[in-house]
Ligand binder design. Structure first.
Ligand code: K7E
Ligand code: CUA
Length: 653
């Protein structure tokens, strides 16, 4: 066994060295292209980019927003991790967003963003993203670029084959990477085989509000469900999932889960699942999961608890799931814009496998099965095979499409992006990526209508590409022009965290709808102060509520007395501005939290527990005006037994 590992690692090392030499040679030969490349990515000062690109943050737990072709970073949207820059997860209003059945969790691992679609085309309303570690899916509202909702996925562990939307965003899906006992119980890990299960989850999306609802789960065998892709167009109604570890190994997976010559792509007919749910063919399983929703009028999130889930057993639901044999631990699972081709990227396979949806339906109709696994029919590899791309590269991971009949696949080990033709399977072009790309993204490249102008490769390793920054060097994206026959490298730009997947969209589908302010008259926050006359300080035992407002360039009130050591002071900050781009911040010396950054018309709350007698200042943290530096105030803190009455004022000497 030890030998096998050594050989594998050695092979990868050789491949990497090999690709590095290759790369440096071709980067030199690119010198002549650099000036035209610069023109292609140059966005004049004041001009706007053509596309938004949303790159997942991986272990940063966030989603970052870039412009293409410039590669300029616009915003980091906090999703699964606390973010002191924006007070997300620190202020009282957003803390519930991070609630789970395990309690409040300050961090997450965000992998696959996906933009909502209508009729298989990006509609620019919401973007969904999965959390891997503590299974969750978030919905971000693209009118304000803030996280609106997070739903926890029960019966799941390592929510990796997630979050992808169907043609009309009927569902966003989740799928477990790890097999686990369902329901969870105390059993030996050695009893994995046959006892552990993998749940695939279908989350219904309300077509008007976008609100998510855990609709049902399919309880699959305990394989690892790695990646997923919805059917498109003709295959709408199906979902495809790559699996590995069909060996059901529970230890040393790098060897033990690489035994089978073929694993599976699981084809799930979700329209059939809906029928089975309708006729009551499900079991209701008790469980507990958090559902956190942020309300734009109360400017606050609340958590509600789900207590059960409908579960389908594929063995009892004929026609629900089929297995398509796919070589060697496939990772990427990608469906082309026509919905006909299903690409499975066997990480250890010598060629790329492409299945045909039409052939799959025929084989099902003719009941041509090679066998079954846990009651799920297995189709014959040859019966569903559309074709193979021979010798495409080493270590294929992910594929996207340009809508012109071409596919683009990343190769981790040989460190390149390879362009090939759907239907003929011939390789058209290959370009090195620096280095070891994971996912790639073409705006709309997983929908029926890709915008095939640019391709972004997200690279795992950068080594020498940037100035060194200690042992941790940045991950990197590379922008390619794919408008011609050959791909052309245009730009490197560093990324935040480790982007796995990304989603891109033409800016004009999002920018015109972007919110400028929150209307003060619509502010329904229970502690809002929408009028200067209503500012006040209210004591409720040891809790003190400060109703405070901000407007250029003062706080109201800015002098507060009567606070005592041992109090818990809630600053409810309402930003009374009704102009675009005028947030105010607020921070208080010694507050064991972050500042708050309050958008125009919004209310946010932070807590301060004064521990020492004295007079303590607070100030505005966002440079809001010429007199920003004057935007400050004081709180007098008296001993616990003091009789100083509460008082507050502005502009009194
Ligand atoms: Cu390949 Cu999480 Cu999509 Cu990373 S995954 S690369
Ligand atoms: Cu308000 Cu600076």
């Amino acid at each position: 066994m030890k030998n096998t590992i050594k050989i594998t690692l050695g092979f990868i090392a050789i491949a990497l060295t090999f690709s590095s030499c290759n790369n440096s040679k071709s980067s030199e030969s690119k010198g002549g292209l650099s000036s035209s490349a610069a023109e292609q990515v140059y966005v004049k000062p004041g001009d706007h980019d053509e596309f938004y690109a949303f790159l997942s943050g991986g272990f940063s737990g966030q989603l970052s927003v870039y412009g293409l072709p410039s590669g300029r970073l616009f915003k980091v949207i906090p999703v699964f991790s606390q973010d002191p820059e924006k007070a997300y997860g620190y202020n009282e209003e957003t803390k519930p967003m991070l609630m789970t059945s395990y309690g409040e969790i300050p961090w997450g691992d965000a992998h696959h963003p996906d933009i909502s679609q209508t009729n298989g085309v990006l509609d620019g309303r919401w973007i969904f993203i999965n959390e891997n570690n503590t299974p969750r899916i978030a919905r971000i509202d693209l009118s304000n670029f803030e996280t609106s909702e997070i739903i926890e996925i029960p019966n799941s562990a390592g929510n990796h084959s997630s979050s992808y939307v169907t043609d009309n965003t009927e569902y966003v899906i989740a799928g477990t990477r790890f097999g686990i006992p369902i329901p969870q119980r105390d059993i030996s890990i050695k009893d994995y085989k046959g006892n552990f299960k993998g749940a695939l989850s279908f989350i219904k999306v309300d077509k008007d509000s976008g609100q998510m609802d855990l609709s049902f789960q399919i309880l699959m065998p305990g394989f690892d469900y790695d990646k997923a892709h919805p059917g498109r167009g003709k295959s709408d109604g199906w979902f495809f999932y790559t699996t590995y570890n069909t060996e059901e190994a529970n230890s040393l997976l790098e060897v033990n889960a690489s035994q089978n010559d073929k694993d599976f792509i699981a084809a799930v007919n979700w329209k059939k699942a809906e029928e089975y749910i309708k006729v009551g063919k499900f079991k209701t399983m008790p469980t507990k999961y958090a559902h956190n929703i942020y309300n734009d009028e109360t400017h606050s999130a609340t958590t509600t608890w789900g207590t059960s889930v409908k579960v389908l057993d594929p063995a009892e639901c004929p026609g629900l799931v089929y297995f398509l044999p796919t070589p060697k631990s496939p990772h990427g699972c990608d469906v082309d814009p026509t919905g006909e081709y299903i690409v499975g990227s066997g990480k250890l396979a010598a060629s790329l496998t492409v299945h045909s949806f039409t052939k799959m339906l025929d084989a099902i109709k003719n009941k041509k099965f090679a066998g079954e696994a846990y009651g799920i029919p297995i189709l014959n590899f040859e019966d569903v095979l559309a074709g193979t791309v021979e010798q495409p590269g080493l270590g294929p991971l992910h594929t996207e499409f340009d809508g012109k009949g071409n596919a683009y696949t990343t190769f981790f080990i040989s460190s390149e992006v390879v362009k090939w033709k759907l239907g003929t399977w011939e390789i058209l072009d290959r370009q090195p990526a620096f280095y070891s790309p994971g996912h790639l993204m073409i705006p709309g490249g997983n929908s029926q209508k890709p915008f095939g102008k640019y391709l972004v490769s997200m690279n795992k390793i950068t080594k020498d590409r940037y100035l060194p920054t200690g042992p941790e060097v940045c991950q990197s994206a590379q922008l390619f022009d794919i408008s011609g026959d050959k791909m052309k490298l245009l730009l490197d730009f560093p990324t935040i965290g480790e982007p796995h997947y990304a989603a891109g969209i033409p800016a004009d589908l999002v920018a015109p709808k972007s919110r400028k302010i929150f209307k003060l008259e619509e502010n329904k926050h229970p502690y809002a102060t929408t009028n200067d006359a209503d500012t006040k300080v209210v004591r409720d035992g040891k809790n003190v509520h400060v109703y405070i407002t901000t407007i250029r360039s003062h706080f109201n009130p800015d002098n507060i007395e009567g606070i005592k050591v041992g109090d818990k002071v809630f600053f409810h900050v309402t930003n009374m501005e009704q102009d675009y781009d005028v947030p105010h911040g607020m921070s208080m010396i010694g507050a064991n939290t972050s500042e708050v950054l309050v958008m125009p018309g919004q209310t946010e709350t932070f807590v301060w527990e004064p521990k020492q007698v004295g007079v303590w200042p607070f100030y505005c943290t966002d440079f809001c005006s010429a007199l920003h530096q004057e935007m400050q105030g004081y709180v007098r803190v008296s001993p616990e037994n003091s009789n100083i009455p509460l008082s507050w004022s502005l502009g009194e000497e």
